[in-house]
Design a protein around this ligand. Structure first.
Ligand code: PEP
Ligand code: MN
Length: 370
């Protein structure tokens, strides 16, 4: 059961304390208190975990300060929407993330040189972009391919981010000790930027890694859907993160693996943006780079990566994670799909136009339909 408190109730309120007292009569139930910044209000919830059939929904709803109580039956109980209107938003480094916000994370697939990293951050700053993607730990198909510079590059990477006012870097972690290495490098450099921990598609069911990013609350998590997993399986995997205590999660769609997507690298699954928004309260990101796998253009002159970005943004994506490189031919990882950095202003203009269109269409539909 999820108990949602009225907007004025905080963890210090007498209503909240007396509800906890009332719940003491069910000692077998685990109680989890969740507080999040919603789109229009702060949300304080109490989750009852365990066999709760003896808890009366009516009685709970009659208690002071309780807005409503919801019996939860689905498997992903913490991240699930369960008909609740408010979102699980969060704020990180002064930036809001929820199902209404929109951010773009352009950057390198893999951090290679200091010079390339600097020119990326400089270009982002010139274009008023304050978030970036940057891979230091790379999962590669062959052990002989470049695996990323790992912890060696973190201090200068974070310093450079600070120099160019990059507030947040999305960075994949492959093992729990990578989280500690990121923490150490941030401490060493005086926290010039924030980090969102990315769980890559290959680790979408690496439950120990999911629990590790869930146990810490310092860094939000960007979870990429498993490329061979049903949506439901990926949502249950995300629940592992939330159930350890960290609900600052962005769900990212990045295409699924099937030859039916050929000649693209994967089959684009962005039709699931509104589905994930309906099933969960998480902000939803799209990664157009990995499902396409190249920077080819359609006969209309527009790159396939642009076209599928539009497909995700027009259905309400809250973020875009996309690969750029100052010199794609020289990239050590995923060069064929990197958009040349000098195209960043054009890409941003394109994406913002699509986003504006989405917002206009959303208003139109909501005004004209009942
Ligand atoms: C990446 O973002 O660089 C990456 C490896 O993505 P994915 O896990 O989606 O393949
Ligand atoms: Mn990549």
């Amino acid at each position: 059961m999820i108990i949602i408190m009225e907007p004025h109730v905080t963890q210090e309120s007498s209503e909240f304390k007396s509800l906890l007292k009332y719940l003491e009569r069910f000692p077998h139930l685990k109680i989890k208190v969740m507080e999040s910044k919603g789109v229009t209000r702060n949300v304080l919830e109490i989750h009852l975990i365990g066999e709760d059939y003896m808890v009366s929904q009516e009685e709970i709803e009659s208690l002071p300060g309780v807005e409503k109580a919801i019996k939860v039956t689905t498997k992903y109980r913490l991240i699930g929407r369960h008909g609740i209107l408010s979102d699980f938003g969060f704020e990180y480094k002064g930036i809001q993330f929820n199902q209404d916000t929109f951010h773009i994370f352009p950057g390198l697939c893999a951090v290679d040189t200091y010079e390339n990293t600097e020119v990326i951050f400089k270009t982002l700053k010139e274009n008023n972009v304050y978030c970036a993607r940057m891979g230091a730990y790379k999962p590669r198909t062959s052990p002989y391919d470049f695996q990323g510079h790992g912890k060696e590059c973190l201090p200068w990477l974070f310093d450079l981010a600070g120099k160019y006012d990059i507030k947040i870097i999305v960075m994949e972690v492959l093992a729990p000790y990578h989280i500690d290495e990121i923490k150490e490098a941030l401490d060493l450099t005086g926290h010039p930027c924030g980090v969102i921990l990315q769980i890559g598609t290959r680790n979408a069911q690496n439950f120990e890694l999911l629990k590790a990013v869930g146990r810490q609350k310092e860094f939000p998590v960007l979870y990429k859907r498993g490329y061979g997993l049903a949506l439901e399986e990926s949502l249950n995997a995300v629940e592992y993160i939330a159930s350890e205590g960290n609900t600052n999660i962005i769900f990212c769609l990045r295409g699924v693996r099937t030859h039916l997507g050929d000649p693209h690298r994967n089959l684009v699954d962005f039709a699931h943006v509104p589905v994930v928004k309906r099933l969960t309260r998480l902000p939803v990101c799209i990664d157009p780079s990995h499902p396409i796998g190249s920077r080819v253009k359609a006969p209309d002159g527009i790159r396939d990566i642009y076209h599928v970005t539009a497909q995700g943004v027009i259905v309400g994506a809250n973020a875009v994670l996309v690969e750029f490189h100052p010199c794609p031919e020289k990239a050590l990882c995923d060069g064929p799909q990197a958009i040349p950095l000098n195209e960043l202003p054009l890409y941003l203009e394109y994406v913002h136009k699509v986003r504006e269109t989405y917002l206009e269409l959303k208003n139109l539909v909501n005004e004209k339909s009942s």
